[in-house]
Ligand binder design. Structure first.
Ligand code: 6GU
Length: 261
């Protein structure tokens, strides 16, 4: 997968060189390039912003540097110029005004050939270049949650990490991708390691039993309980609950904790 990031703070993205994402880049699984928006300006001060038409607080990012940067990452791949039938690159514009990013979107994006992240700052980017970009890209404004950040850099890093770990080969043990929070709409079960007794707190006995069926059931029960407790909104979306699952949730809702242990 190819990922281009455009930002006025390219060094912000340097954290992506660390850990598993950096390794994926070294191994050639990920072709990650960060571009400085100011390289696409031609005035003495490398100006990327100006005051908003119609008035108001803050500054707006100018259209032309963005268009030049986006044309640069398109290379010969702009619509009409690229190979017949080739997918348009996906352009993600981080914005608190976009639909909220989630694991389903991460999975969808992990199958893409080319992702471009346009990190806005200030009050945002001139709308005309966003509209223009839709001719050349599959345009996706995207929020990472209901709060406001100062720019798209951190949001892009969040999305890049969530997407690239799903690319085959990026995570050494693909089994660690299953049974994690959100993988199938449930939060993950609690986990423990040695020692079996720590400061008078014992690991749940069933995990020491060697009974794999019972352990799997226990873990699913804990996932259901945890999800019901902290994210009831996720439970409402769940499909494929069996009789045992539904019985556990009913007991949980009625507050009968004794039957769930
Ligand atoms: Cl994607 N960008 C910014 N600037 N703020 C955000 C956000 C994105 N998602 C939530 N808040």
């Amino acid at each position: 997968m190819k990922i281009d990031v455009i930002s006025i703070f390219p060094e912000y993205l340097s954290g992506l060189k660390l850990s598993l994402i950096g390794k994926a880049v070294d191994q050639g699984l990920l072709d990650l390039n960060v571009h400085d928006l100011r390289d696409f300006t031609f005035d003495r001060h490398n100006t990327v912003d100006d005051s908003p038409y119609g008035g108001g607080a803050g500054m707006v990012m100018k259209a032309e540097p963005w268009a030049l940067a986006l044309e640069h990452v398109l290379g010969g791949n702009s619509a009409g110029g690229g190979p017949e039938g080739a997918q348009k690159p996906i352009l993600i514009v981080p914005s608190p005004a976009g639909p909220v990013f989630n694991q389903h979107i991460a999975e969808d994006l992990s199958g893409a050939e080319h992702l471009v992240f346009a990190c806005g700052r200030y009050e945002g980017i001139d709308q005309r270049v966003i509209d223009w970009s839709a001719d050349h890209f599959d345009l996706r404004p995207m929020s990472i949650g209901d709060y406001v950040l100062n720019g798209g850099e951190v949001a892009s890093m969040v999305m890049i990490e969530a997407v690239s770990r799903l690319i085959p080969g990026v995570i050494g043990n693909p089994e660690s991708l299953t049974e994690e929070s959100h993988e199938d709409g449930l939060l993950e079960y609690p986990i423990y390691t040695k020692p079996a007794s720590w400061r008078d707190r014992d690991v749940p006995e069933i995990l020491l039993s060697g009974n794999h069926g019972a352990i799997a059931r226990w873990r699913r029960d804990r996932r259901l309980e945890r999800t019901a407790e902290v994210r009831p909104d996720l439970l409402a979306e769940l499909r494929g609950l069996d009789k045992h699952d539904r019985a556990l949730l009913e007991r949980f809702e009625s507050g009968d904790e004794s039957m769930t242990e």
